[in-house]
Design a protein around this ligand. Structure first.
Ligand code: NAP
Length: 249
């Protein structure tokens, strides 16, 4: 029988104080993992959310911070967590601006948080997984890899680059029992897009692009994440799984 039992597994989910990261962290904790919840700077918030997940799941949950825009963020995090068995690179920055107006600072921020930090986190955490012969990495991409939004060209590019990195690394670590996959959400109702989706005209335009006809909830990403982070998902690597109501089609 399928168990999806994560007892004894240690997990870091970046950007997990809200939205999709929160839903994934909660789901992995519900299945028995010890979880590190993370956000950029507000330690009190990270610890409060950790306590909240701990109370509802009974798992051990810790709250930690590090700004993924910092070049040494992965080392900062490793100093707090030590080795983990499951790494979910979920945090990202998204700047809405026309491609010909985007500034170099905005380019750097998105590339550093969305791409560079994911590389550094994989470089930091995968060697321990390889030594132990078991590991799961889940990188969160976006439907924009297939359907880029005209005002988010660099954001989409950062996710496409992350997909290439994921595939490349997946191939190189597969023999050590480590899988590396991408989960690609479509339009998911999270604090990130609350304001945009509360505009009824914009909301209608967005919904018209989703074959399923509705925006997803953060929890819609949890089951896919659980599969890709579990023993049951051991033969799935280098995959990109859309959770988007068909929007990429
Ligand atoms: N929501 C969607 O419709 C959608 C669609 C496609 C893809 N995605 C992807 O799904 C993932 C989660 O999206 P979401 O909508 O759940 O995001 P969200 O609600 O905006 O939450 C983002 C999380 O990432 C953290 N974070 C942001 N910048 C950070 C930084 N520099 N350093 C450390 N942590 C940082 C935030 O913490 P702070 O509060 O400290 O900043 C927060 O915990 C992202 O990779 C996003 O690109 C989302």
């Amino acid at each position: 029988m399928l168990q999806f039992d994560l007892s004894g597994r240690r997990v870091l989910v970046t950007g997990s104080t809200q939205g999709i990261g929160y839903a994934i962290a909660s789901c992995l904790a519900e299945h028995g993992a010890e979880v590190y919840v993370h956000c950029s700077r507000d330690t009190e918030k990270a610890q409060r959310i950790a306590r909240e997940i701990e109370e509802k799941t009974g798992a051990a949950v810790h709250g930690i911070t590090a700004d993924l825009g910092d070049a040494d963020a992965a080392q900062q995090l490793f100093a707090m967590t030590g080795d983990v068995d499951i790494l979910v690179c979920n945090a990202s920055v998204q700047v809405r601006r026309a491609w010909d107006e985007i500034t170099l600072d905005e380019y750097d921020t998105q590339m550093n948080v969305n791409l560079r930090s994911s590389l550094c986190l994989m470089q930091t955490y995968i060697p321990g997984m390889q030594k132990r012969g078991w590991g799961r990495v889940l990188n969160i991409g976006s439907v924009q890899q297939a359907k880029p939004h005209v005002q988010m060209a660099v954001y989409a590019a950062s996710k496409c680059a992350l997909a290439s990195l994921s595939d490349n690394i997946a191939k190189q670590v597969a023999a050590d029992g480590v899988t590396v996959n991408m989960l690609l959400p479509g339009v998911i109702a999270t604090p990130r897009n609350d304001a945009a989706l509360s505009d009824p005209v914009y909301r209608e335009q967005v919904l018209a692009k989703i074959p399923a006809g509705y925006a997803g909830e953060a929890q819609d990403c949890s089951a896919a994440a659980l599969l890709l982070c579990s023993e049951e998902g051991r033969y799935i690597t280098g995959s990109s799984l859309y959770v988007d109501g068909g929007m990429h089609l």
